[in-house]
Write a protein that binds this ligand. Structure first.
Ligand SMILES: [Zn+2]
Ligand SMILES: [Zn+2]
Length: 350
């Protein structure tokens, strides 16, 4: 099979991914073999490729938003059939026995595996994944639309959960989003459907700010602008630590700032008064499978529409460079030539 291989992390502009031919992986007894149709491109891929996340496997196939069809099934797998369309996300496997796994917090597992980081991912013709961590995908989404839901979508959903706003508090609440890439553009759709006013702070007037307006933001400003009202909660998707004091300044008492990224530049010192008033700063680490299933149900019900920029399979390095330059509108998706769904013009904005 064809696969993009990372031998040594390097800046995306140095094109660190190499296109190679590898033997097809064989599923172990609890795994599925998937023929990959599409794989979303996530900022975390960039962190892996550029070495901001430690190397756990080398050489490595990146990619953790995999949409594919089941072509082989391990002997102990239940609930999946040949031909099923499934999604594979970042959380690849957990130990199942540590204190976190035993208390509904498998996202914090002590011995986790991550797709496209500690095990091979989906920038390839085929991929294997544990059946218990694979998702049946709602028919509503075609392959390209579904791919960004698998990380950008699920993580955004968990970020919303960790704002601490309860079910009856979303209507009329004021939510801030800092950074408006793949995760932001899905998150705003969930929040708007729940009746929330969304204030978006992001750079790039042409792509990100315009998309935020199109998706119903109440107010849109530059990354460091102060929204006209105090916010009940905020999510920082941009990997920029300097936004933490900026977001705290715009937050009302008792509110929460959720940090949605796996990597962030250092957070500058700030005055205690910014966090006083029982304001909370918390990070989001991975997701549980329950988050994934709940999110896919809610996304299908709304329904969420992902705005994607499609990159042909041979353009993986270019896709990462575009992401690094902040020039992807919505979510980037690497697409195999045999993708089953026709590219929908509504989902293309580049
Ligand atoms: Zn565990
Ligand atoms: Zn991701």
């Amino acid at each position: 099979m064809k696969a993009w291989i990372l031998d040594t992390p390097a800046l995306a502009t140095e094109r660190p991914l190499r296109l190679g031919e590898l033997p097809m992986p064989a599923p172990s007894e609890d795994e599925l073999l998937l023929r990959v149709n599409a794989c979303g491109i996530c900022r975390t891929d960039l962190h892996v490729v550029e070495g901001e996340l430690a190397v756990h496997r080398s050489p490595l196939i990146p990619g953790h938003q995999i949409v594919g069809r089941v072509t082989a099934i391990g002997s102990r797998v239940n609930g999946f059939a040949i031909g099923d369309r499934v999604g594979v996300a970042w959380l690849n496997r957990t130990c199942g026995v540590c204190e976190f796994c035993s208390s509904n917090r498998e996202n914090l597992c002590e011995q986790p595996q991550f797709t496209g980081w500690t095990v091979d991912g989906g920038y390839a013709g085929y991929a294997v994944a544990p059946a218990l961590f694979s998702y049946h995908l709602p028919e509503k989404f075609h392959d390209i639309q579904a791919a960004p839901l698998l990380c950008a979508g699920i993580i955004g959903y968990r970020c919303l959960r960790l704002t601490g706003l309860r079910e009856n508090e979303w209507k009329g609440a004021r939510l801030g989003l800092y950074g408006f890439g793949a995760a932001g553009h899905v998150c705003i759709q969930l929040a708007r459907a729940r009746g929330t006013e969304v204030y978006v702070c992001t750079r790039d007037r042409e792509r990100h700010q315009a998309l935020a307006r199109e998706l119903g933001a109440t107010w849109v400003g530059d990354a460091q602008d102060e929204p006209p009202v105090k916010l009940d909660a905020s999510i920082i998707f941009a990997p920029a630590g300097e936004l933490v004091p900026v977001a705290l300044k715009a937050l009302r008492k008792g509110g929460t700032v959720v940090l949605g990224g796996i990597h962030m530049s250092p957070i500058p010192q700030f005055d205690y008064s910014l966090v006083y008033g029982e304001r909370v700063i918390r990070s989001v680490a991975n997701n549980t499978r329950e988050d994934g299933r709940e999110f896919l149900r809610e996304a299908a019900r709304i329904p969420v529409r992902t705005h994607t920029q499609v990159f042909p399979f041979d353009q993986a390095n270019e896709a990462l460079i575009a992401l690094k330059n902040d020039s992807v509108r919505g979510a980037g998706v690497l697409v195999m030539d045999r993708v089953e769904a026709k590219v929908n013009h509504d989902s293309l904005h580049s």
